[in-house]
Design a protein around this ligand. Structure first.
Ligand SMILES: [Zn+2]
Length: 267
């Protein structure tokens, strides 16, 4: 396995870093991937976000991921959490491929490990975010100890949705602005989309914000070996935007592009 030097995203040790698959290799992430940075896509005003034709990319033959973890953290998270994530991803794949009709309102998954699953998700957020950001510290500690339970819900909210898109998106900490009664309201968040899921990590959640997806923060209250049956709404989102928590359809994006152009021509 090839290595690079740097700080581990979980234990912060300065060491040789190993390649961390995000999501795990066994969860539909073993085919060659073409990572493209968001700024390359934004350079071309007429380019639709899903049009990757001709963009420069570094070929990742092994799947999508980052050199983010030391060997020990990479092995531990893989052993402790990888399988729980893989199982739920494969069940979801079957549901999305075979079972979804317009009438499908919710899904049920039996006998899975909620704590292991959410720790895999948080480990991925640690890998794509800056290890020096103190907002990530509690999450790093939570992931580094497999038996630790509970997340401070005044600091973090983790939501999940489903997607049929094959594009993988990593959005490190970003700030989203929305209009509110008294001007603007802002929210710091990070997002990972990787078939068949999308996850949003919200920082300092407030009641007034409208959150996307299904809140899974309580998965953190299970014990490491606790198994549960999970029921949730079938919340499917389209993934055509590179911006976090935007889920416009291709038609809506094209319409928006056209409107922006029309404005430009008039001025
Ligand atoms: Zn480490």
């Amino acid at each position: 396995m090839s290595k690079r030097n740097g700080k581990c995203a979980l234990c912060k040790k300065e060491t040789e870093l190993t390649f961390e698959h995000i999501p795990p290799r066994s969860a539909f992430n073993c085919s060659p991937a073409k990572p493209i940075s968001g700024d390359k896509m934004l350079q071309d005003n007429d380019r639709m976000p899903w049009d990757l034709e001709g963009l420069q990319y570094s070929n990742q033959q092994r799947g999508m991921g980052r050199f983010s973890l030391c060997q020990e953290c990479n092995n531990n998270t893989g052993t402790w959490y990888g399988d729980a994530y893989r199982v739920i991803a494969h069940i979801l794949n079957c549901i999305l491929k075979q079972g979804v009709t317009a009438d499908t309102k919710g899904i049920g998954i039996k006998d899975v490990y909620p704590l292991q699953f959410i720790k895999q998700v948080i480990s991925m957020f640690c890998s794509i975010n800056n290890y020096d950001d103190s907002r990530m510290d509690n999450l790093r500690l939570f992931v580094s100890d497999k038996n630790k339970t509970g997340i401070d819900k005044t600091k973090y909210k983790i939501c999940m949705y489903f997607t049929q898109s094959n594009l993988v998106k990593y959005a490190p900490l970003s700030v989203v602005l929305r209009t509110a009664d008294n001007g603007y309201e802002s929210m710091a968040l990070s997002e990972i989309t990787a078939y068949p899921f999308g996850f949003i990590l919200y920082f300092d959640p407030v009641e007034t914000w409208s959150y996307e997806g299904i809140d899974i923060t309580d998965f953190a209250n299970c014990k490491y070996m606790d198994k549960a049956d999970i029921e949730m709404p079938l919340c499917i989102k389209e993934m055509n935007d590179i911006f976090p928590t935007f889920y416009r359809s291709k038609e809506e994006i094209m319409e928006c592009f056209e409107q922006n152009k029309a404005k430009k021509y008039r001025s």
